[in-house]
Ligand binder design. Structure first.
Ligand SMILES: Nc1nc2c(ncn2[C@@H]2O[C@H](COP(=O)(O)OP(=O)(O)OP(=O)(O)O)[C@@H](O)[C@H]2O)c(=O)[nH]1
Length: 247
């Protein structure tokens, strides 16, 4: 009975399990390129044909990444427009770029203007990330609409290579596996980046040649223990008494 009580109190005092790690992604691109369709497809497997114009919804879902339970937060953003060769970046998009750990840039294969936006959007991400540039992937959506194609796959691939990011041509409406593969790869990339290093960092270099680092093989000098101190104290005292009595 007591054993059971003890076990219960141990179980009660155990710390609660840590919440799953969160991965934050922002999906950015021109208007109507299929940002919402892609996010919903990735998170729910479903393609829903019609959405209201996007005001910037945040989606959240727990998924398995390399065996680890991870919370993915995906920020859908309003479409970016271009006027007179300059992009008009809504505040929501700027904030989402700053917030995100990773960015998904999207254009539509049927919309040349959405493709032309990508370079400038990437520049914004780079400017915002500074030295900590977040990982980016480039998605060319609506690949099923062959008769309406305005951007060749090679052009997308070339642009992605120039920007140093991965490239996927996908169709939110026709192919779940492509969409999943693209987003999932980004999740893995992020999860690996966020892992603490597997090996301990190397020791700092010695500041001068005369300064020697303590080798783990050289034993530390022992500090005297209490027994030892008491013994030495008694010895000193009896020696003193002997000298006093001998005077
Ligand atoms: N054929 C086809 N249509 C798609 C695909 N993806 C999205 N669509 C359609 O494209 C339209 C726009 O899709 P959305 O997901 O609303 O695009 P968005 O980029 O979120 O749009 P905004 O919020 O207005 O910027 C919708 O009618 C979708 O059904 C696709 O892969 N293939």
């Amino acid at each position: 009975m007591r054993l059971i009580q003890n076990m219960t109190s141990i179980a009660e005092s155990a710390p609660p399990p840590a919440p799953p790690r969160a991965i934050r992604m922002a999906v950015i691109g021109g208007s109507g390129v299929g940002k919402t369709a892609l996010v919903v497809r990735f998170l729910t497997r479903r393609f829903i044909g019609d959405y209201e114009r996007n005001a910037g919804n945040l989606y959240s879902r727990e998924v398995q990444v390399d065996g680890e339970q991870v919370t993915i937060q995906v920020q859908d953003t309003p479409g970016v427009e271009m006027t007179d060769n300059a992009i008009n970046l809504p505040d929501h998009v700027t904030c989402s770029i700053q917030w995100a750990d990773a960015v998904v840039l999207v254009y539509s294969t049927t919309d040349r203007r959405s493709f032309d936006l990508i370079e400038q959007l990437h520049r914004q991400v780079a400017r915002s990330g500074g030295a900590n540039m977040p990982p980016v992937i480039l998605l060319a959506n609506k690949s099923d609409l062959l008769h309406l194609r305005r951007v060749d796959p090679q052009q997308g691939q070339l642009l992605a290579s120039a920007l140093g990011c991965s490239f996927y041509e996908v169709s939110a409406s026709e192919d779940y596996s492509q969409v999943h593969q693209a987003f999932h790869r980004l999740c893995r990339q992020l999860a690996q980046q966020q892992q603490p290093p597997a090996t301990p960092p190397p020791p700092p270099p010695a500041t001068s040649s005369t300064e020697k680092r303590r080798s783990p093989l050289i034993p530390r000098p022992k500090s005297p223990n209490m027994q030892d101190l008491k013994r030495r104290f008694r010895q000193a005292l009896s020696a003193k008494v002997r000298t006093v009595t001998s005077v």
